[in-house]
Ligand binder design. Structure first.
Ligand SMILES: *Cc1c(COP(=O)(O)O)cnc(C)c1O
Length: 354
């Protein structure tokens, strides 16, 4: 464990009331920061009052997008204690993203320690109302000032915190989804399985088009044949077809969601039939037409568990579960939240104390 130097903020920001929380607009009093150089490796880990970064305009991240991030949450339990959901899983994924984007790996223990120490200092920012959490955003960027396409030699790693309400609001309606047939999110051999900025920039235009046509989110198909379901772009995909729960298998075109993994654990524990296999959009529509498509839902840290009420693909609208939240979606939502907020036992040890 490294020694983290701490400089405390001398004044505190006003904290929003739980009811006013939006997603990721207000940041806490402190941040974690450290740098990487070839000579020193990752060094100078510290917590400081929240402040803007000083970055050279030629910092390589700004031109070539050598950057990765993570997203995880600290929850305030029924007992009042604050705990973090599966930080070691995020540390492992951060390391995989580092490797894919040629960023020197941040030691997993250091990652977890950075997150825990920061949350400890700003723990009072963790909201109390149902559905709220303290969202944790670790990020690494190439900070070396140099033009020329190569791997950078200097990096910054930092962590910021933001108190959040539910991504789509509490008790939001099941989502309306546009199935993308114009753009793709990722392709075999690409960077779709890394949490790297370019993946999200790549989906902005499609998302804008979908939103202006009245949809909430986009479901992406595989980049090669545009036939198989990949994911939603920031959430993983699950469906109940007949008595089987299906989700696409992990590959380098899909982000390996920790919520996805947690939900699969629960389903297997419940002895529900779960299969990780490719699902074609045609299969889904045929299942929909014949009444076998029982439920579709999205899973991710930001959204939690969210029911999908309808899909539209090439102009054909498919209503799922009569546009309501289905029983499997509801059960997963309830159980995962019960664990997160300390209302159910945590047999898997998913919650970590600070
Ligand atoms: C973060 C993310 C997810 C969800 O992952 P969780 O670990 O469950 O939050 C899914 N897809 C993409 C593209 C993501 O960036």
């Amino acid at each position: 464990m490294s020694e983290i130097a701490i400089t405390r903020a001398t004044s505190r920001k006003p904290r929003p009331a739980d009811a006013d929380l939006k997603f990721g607009t207000v940041f806490t009093d402190h941040m974690f920061l450290m740098e990487y150089s070839e000579a020193k490796g990752w060094h100078d880990p510290r917590i400081e009052p929240y402040h803007p970064l000083s970055l050279d305009p030629a910092a390589m991240v700004l031109q070539y997008s050598q950057t990765i991030f993570e997203g995880l949450k600290a929850y305030r339990l029924k007992s009042g204690e604050v705990k973090i959901f599966r930080p070691a899983a995020n540390a492992a994924r951060f390391e995989r993203s580092c490797v894919r984007m040629c960023i020197p790996a941040v030691d997993r223990q250091m990652f977890v320690q950075s997150v825990k120490e920061l949350v400890k200092i700003d723990a009072e920012w963790t909201p109390r109302s149902p559905g709220t959490a303290l969202y944790i955003r670790p990020t690494a960027i190439a900070s070396e000032a140099a033009l020329g396409m190569r791997t950078a030699k200097a990096y910054m790693y930092y962590v910021v915190l933001t108190p959040v309400g539910p991504l789509f609001g509490i008790n939001h309606k099941p989502l309306k989804i546009l199935v993308a047939d114009k753009y793709v999110r990722s392709i075999r051999g690409g960077v779709g399985s890394a949490k790297t900025g370019g993946n999200y920039a790549a989906t902005l235009l499609q998302t804008e088009e979908a939103k202006s046509a009245g949809f909430d989110q986009v479901l992406y198909l595989d980049g090669l044949k545009r036939e198989y379901v990949d994911e939603f772009g920031a959430m993983n995909f699950m469906a109940k077809i007949g008595d089987e729960i299906v989700t696409p298998p992990l590959s380098d075109t899909i982000l390996a969601g920790i919520t996805r993994d947690s939900v699969l654990h629960l389903l297997r524990e419940w002895k529900v039939k779960v299969v990780e296999r490719p699902i074609s959009i045609n299969e889904m529509y045929e299942a929909g037409r014949s009444g076998r498509l029982a439920e579709v839902w999205a899973v991710g840290t930001g959204v939690g568990i969210s029911a999908i009420g309808e899909l539209t693909y090439r102009g054909e609208r498919l209503v799922v579960s009569s546009g309501e939240t289905g029983p499997t979606t509801q059960r997963i939502y309830n159980e995962l939240n019960a664990i997160r907020y300390g209302e159910s036992p945590d047999p898997y040890g998913w919650l970590e104390a600070l």
